[in-house]
Design a protein around this ligand. Sequence first.
Ligand SMILES: Cc1ncc(COP(=O)(O)O)c(C=O)c1O
Length: 421
Amino acid sequence: MSLAAVSRLESKLLLPTYERQPILFVRGRGVYLWDSNGKRYLDFLSGIGVNALGHAHPDIQAVIKRQAGRLIHISNLFFHEYQAELARLLIQISGLDRAFFCNSGTEAWEGALKLARAFARMNNPNSRKPKWRILALENSFHGRTFGALATTEQEKYRAPFAPLVPGVVFVKFNDLADLKRKCDSSVCAVCIETIQGEGGIHPVSREFLELARRLTKQTGALLVLDEIQSGLGRTGRHFAYQHYGVKPDVVTVAKPLASGLPLGAILTTERVARCMHPGLHGTTFGGGPLACAVAIEFLRNERQLLSHVRSLGKYFHAQLTALKAKHSSIQEVRGLGLMQAVELDSQELAKAVVRQLLQEGIIINRTHDTVLRFLPPYVIQKRHVDQVISALNKALAANSAKPAQKKERVPSKRREVHAHA
Ligand SMILES: Cc1ncc(COP(=O)(O)O)c(C=O)c1O
């Protein structure tokens, strides 16, 4: 079917939730994708951080072929060979004790919120003052389901669906005083994206994360980190919190875990896990044999790529920073490992740059209006970075001269950059 035919059908048959680029992709290999006209694209977005090993990775293909011929799904009423092994690997790299598997990022986050409420209830069974408030951060994004939406601060995602789940209070990003003021004995969880992704790649500050850890220990609340975008090797460590030396009580992961098959996970400590018992939480599909077998293979590869991600990330960050010296339209370069961003001074310019790169066969993405986001596969090489830098240089030069409608700047507190960035 042609692009025109698919697009016509979708416009009639699907809920109008997406504004897709007019491209019909038909295959991928490594860092490249090909469209229906045979045009090749360098993929610097990886399906929003999912295809971390690139497309059609031979190890992943082999596991899918083998496992699809044996067993795809059995439900969580029975055992299969791979869930415990995958849990063992995730526990080993996270320093936590137990795992729960689900199907997506938002579902992992929902489970983490339920865990926080159940843990608080278990520890205060007869309290007349239950711990039930959840602190989340301004500019956060945790997903689209109701609990996740309630902890997602950005108004554009929330407003049409109000009223949302009650009990959520937002703390100003990296604002120590605001966190101290709000983290009282009524709080059951402090929720943080270690690096805000959809919000424009903002790493939380070391001081803020350390304070959140201290306060939650004092009050008995849980420190819950969302590493759905930043986790599993994206920043050059297994988890972004490992750059900070802070250990959470709960962490959520998803995106790259099963290399494109839907799989998410909640990881937590033994102490927290005690609040769960059979029947309290569950899923039909989550943690099936196919997805888990693939995730085991993904983690085997991820381990071997961490130092490559760190060195390519440093190189990419340095090249982007050098570009900033040439283009006054670049306000800031932020990021860790292969989670990088360039903040421009206008959304029109950001749109034009993404469009021009796409015409040249390079896929990047715009988030938070003015931010160019880069989430390439972990297997990129220097030459791919050089190609993107050269295309960005050209696109910024060609489009900056045009009159640009300035976007109101976000207050400076939100823009504090972590020492590692
Ligand atoms: C930090 C973070 N949390 C949660 C989600 C939601 O994940 P999903 O789209 O798999 O539900 C995302 C998705 O972009 C994310 O970046």
